[in-house]
Design a protein around this ligand. Sequence first.
Ligand code: IVH
Length: 664
Amino acid sequence: MDAKSRIDILRKQLADHNHAYYLLDNPTISDFDFDQLLEELIVLEKLHPELFDVNSPSQRVGGSVNKSFETVKHKRPMLSLGNTYSEDDLRDFDKRVQKVVSEKYTYVCELKYDGVSISLHYENGCLKQALTRGDGTQGDDVTSNVRTIKSIPLVLQGDTPNEFEIRGEIFIPHKGFEKMNEDRLESDMDAFANPRNAASGTLKLQDSSVVASRPLDCYLYHSLGDLIKIDSHYKRLQAANKWGFKTPTDTRTCETIEDVLEYVKHWELARKDLPYDIDGIVIKVDSLRQQEELGFTAKSPRWAISYKFKAEQAVTVLDEITYQVGRTGAITPVANLKPVLLAGTVVKRASLHNADQIMKLDVREGDTVFVEKGGEIIPKIVGIQTNDRDLFTNATTYISECPECQTQLIRKEGEAQHYCPNDRACPPQIKGKIEHFISRKAMNIDGLGSETIDQFFREGLVNNTADLYFLSKDDILPLERMAEKSASKAISSIEESKKIPFDRVLYALGIRYVGITVAKKLAYHYQNLDNLKSADFENLIKVDEIGDRIAKSVLDWMGDQQNLELIQRLKKSGVQLEIEADILANRTHVLQGQSFVISGVFAQHSRDELKKLIENNGGKNTSSISKKTSYLIAGENMGPSKREKAEKLNVSIISENEFIHLLG
Ligand code: IVH
């Protein structure tokens, strides 16, 4: 078979498997086999650059860098929907429809996905362009980023119109959002406030390979184009689904407004159980002929309306704005409120995010404020009641000095947050760094807690992490509330931490953007701190997963004389600053590229030992089974649901012995 035919077959096969996995939720191939086919395709495409195709499944990983997104005029304007908030509004909408449409009509009710709207343009069955909504007449061309979203087909299935547009919503499901934020916090990056912000931020990223790593998903709900010869919205959704699009699953056709109201009421409660956010319901007249009859207002169609769920709100008084200093020196303004009941909990504080947010809201101490609980964990202030305000109050002036150490704050260009640069002497920064150092995932010094650290600091016993190792029991016993037993425990757990391996020590140092995974990569690559210290920028960015930002942060940290002194003292006290020789000797790459889930109890190894074996041999540990899992290592008492899921996804299930065998 010639290369072209094989490439065509591979592209089709991979696209079909992708469709089965991401749309039908019914995988047709194991992860391992999928990767093999993909690998074969990538090799063939490299050998035959003349056969390049942007719609090849090999292009899903991204890689192109957009310096700026081109603004493109929409072929057909992207309108928005009229909003309603009550039953009466919906009945009024129905009356307006009844007035215009003489025959019987049917509504289609859909969920209103809370994400970023997107318009996809297809020609000859292939994705040509993806545009954001922008101002409705023109949007940004984000095609290269959208190509990485696995549930968006690059090549359509079956007979499709030669030219059409389809619109929908790009969003991030809860599970992916939580994981993404955990990873960000671990790497000292700000968490996204909610999945919608995360989706819209991701879509505008310059590097499409980063977009590819984010859990974006997309529902398509509105097809447009003269060549689509179907005159029912509902049937269009069904057709789009057949062409390979992920279309809304919880739609319902309703004959009467009473049925619509029932649907709305159902989802007002049931939305809590959905794996993604919705912010309302969209109601559309099904017949396109009737839609045409109804037409449009200047801004929105008369044949559709959205019912918006109310975010729970409360009204209270803002007593005081205070400012918190984090371990990296970042300043967060906090609104201290008169306690108020909101969505079942008493709220006393709300985040004000940063100086821009305070200015935008023009919020002042003493104001009557509206507090809302949206998708965010911390409630936010959404507005103020200005007519309650005393005439002679002044606008809030943001602090210019650190509230803890009075150092002049700085704000770097392009950053929203102010920072206190005094990382050596600003108390919350010093304590925050030590708290991070002793935390479970870092040095795991469980004989100490944040209160003891506070006490040690106040008494002048510790000023940095290395000081911990020079403490004796006699130093801490005289402290208030320090009993013999807790003093012994504190000293012994500090001593015990000297056994913590180098990768975790590196994480414990608290270098900005160096989370657990990055620390591991750096530790195994450089093997000891001296090597890492002498690495330059070019050398650092060659390491797998290390980009410019991390490299720069590592260089900054290593370039600081006080940090170098700290390392010297940690070294002197016996903290591991290199990978142990026997770990290095036992390290292999036999499990490179494979990921494992461990479940149950094992006869020969503990779960931690198995995890170590996987890591030391180049494999990856994950907690839940997905299409990407290579093996499930099954022990005694493994739950039946894990086995079921592995079987459904074609993940190989192996025993402890079979795993040992894999290691050779
Ligand atoms: S239909 C011309 N259906 O809501 C009407 N929109 O407020 C096209 N949205 O810009 C929109 N889920 O981003 C439609 N099932 C759904 C939707 C939906 C979310 C968004 C969309 C639109 C906005 C209008």
